[in-house]
Design a protein around this ligand. Structure first.
Ligand code: CO
Ligand code: CO
Length: 355
């Protein structure tokens, strides 16, 4: 690296490279402290703003149409530029699905070193464009600047019916919590970087990260979803805790039921855990009752996910049929029942981990 800007010395760049994908996200504690300083915006048409830490903003246009607006970008999480483009785009599109919407328009956001081969950038953008195409949206432009650390992502606009928005709160007692992708991508990617990962694990992580949450959302659409979010940088527990506290719910996670990528548990035992996992854990600790669970479970559950699945709160009576439908949907990722809502209407959220 040439280090020709005073803002990015050698060490920082290495750190950026270490935290690829959603693991590069600014921690939830820091983020909420910073966001507190912003003025509150209100508009009768603003249905979801940033106050509830939801996945995207939603603005009502007519009685039938609301616009979803979101932006996501990050540092490389894999070495292959085309795959990186796919992962970054799938991840950015996911926030529209997490609101129950349909992505329509996408714009590229790019940072790329001037001294690197422009063909690499071409491949990143081609990977992203292919995912936008697969999502049925249109890519209409973007913005690119030179920077020492490559970064790529999308700003996405989507549509949703104003009465059918998925929010990250609203889960109720008895709801079953489903997760539509297996977890462990942060740990597996860390193992890949350390050249400790098996080829199968690396392939599985790429398959999971490049899969759109489109089919998951389309399947969920036929059921009464009480709350939904996508599991990304804050890990399964981090996103669960946001759902729990925003809903005033006590959530039980049955750790052995959570689907994870092959090898992830072994790599976590070897200490191949991204730093973001510890930060996420610290953030959820006040809400957490982990009993005497083995540490390795906490590493897995707090592992920052890149382009993770949808976490859906489904009424118990519909759980059986949605699971059957997921089984028939030929999902390329694993859908698992990760837990349930034990109580709602609590003053504070709470998460209990059980074997
Ligand atoms: Co999200
Ligand atoms: Co996001």
């Amino acid at each position: 690296m040439s280090g020709n800007t005073p803002l990015s010395d050698e060490i920082r760049l290495t750190q950026f490279a270490k935290h690829g994908g959603c693991a590069a996200k600014i921690g939830p504690d820091t983020l909420s402290r910073v966001l507190e300083r912003l003025p509150k915006f209100s508009d009768p048409s603003l249905l979801v703003g940033f106050e509830t830490s939801d996945d995207a903003a939603v603005y009502k246009v007519t009685d039938d149409i609301a616009v979803i607006q979101t932006l996501d970008f990050f540092t490389p999480v894999v070495d292959d530029p085309y795959t990186f483009g796919q992962v970054a785009a799938a991840n950015a599109l996911s926030d529209v699905y997490a609101m129950g919407g349909e992505p329509k328009i996408a714009l590229n956001i790019v940072e790329f070193p001037g001294e690197l081969d422009p063909d690499i950038l071409g491949e990143i953008l081609r990977g992203g464009a292919d995912k936008v195409h697969e999502a049925g949206a249109v890519l209409v432009g973007g913005h690119s600047i030179q920077d020492d650390v490559p970064k790529y992502g999308l700003a996405v606009t989507g549509f949703v019916h104003p009465d059918k928005i998925y929010k990250n709160y609203g889960c109720r007692e008895g709801d079953v919590l489903l997760l539509t992708k297996q977890i462990g991508s942060g740990i597996v990617n860390t193992a890949v970087k350390a050249q400790m990962a098996s080829e199968e694990s690396a392939r599985e992580a790429i398959r999971v990260m490049t899969t759109l949450n489109r089919k998951a959302k389309e399947t969920a659409r036929k059921y009464s979803i009480h709350a939904c979010t996508d599991v990304t940088g804050f890990g399964l527990l981090g996103h669960c805790s946001e759902m729990a506290s925003a809903s005033g719910a006590q959530i039980q996670i049955n750790v052995e039921d959570v689907a994870y990528m092959q090898g992830a548990k072994e790599y976590a035992r070897m200490g191949l855990v991204p730093g973001g996992a510890y930060r996420n854990r610290k953030h959820v600790e006040p809400l957490l009752d982990a009993g005497d669970l083995d540490e390795v479970w906490l590493d897995l559950l707090c592992d920052p996910q890149t382009s993770g699945g949808l976490l859906l709160a489904v009424p118990e009576a519909e759980a059986g049929s949605i699971l059957r439908e997921f089984a028939q949907a030929e999902m390329v990722t694993e859908v698992s029942v990760v837990g349930r809502v034990e109580k709602s209407g609590c003053e504070k959220g709470r998460i209990c981990l059980r074997k």
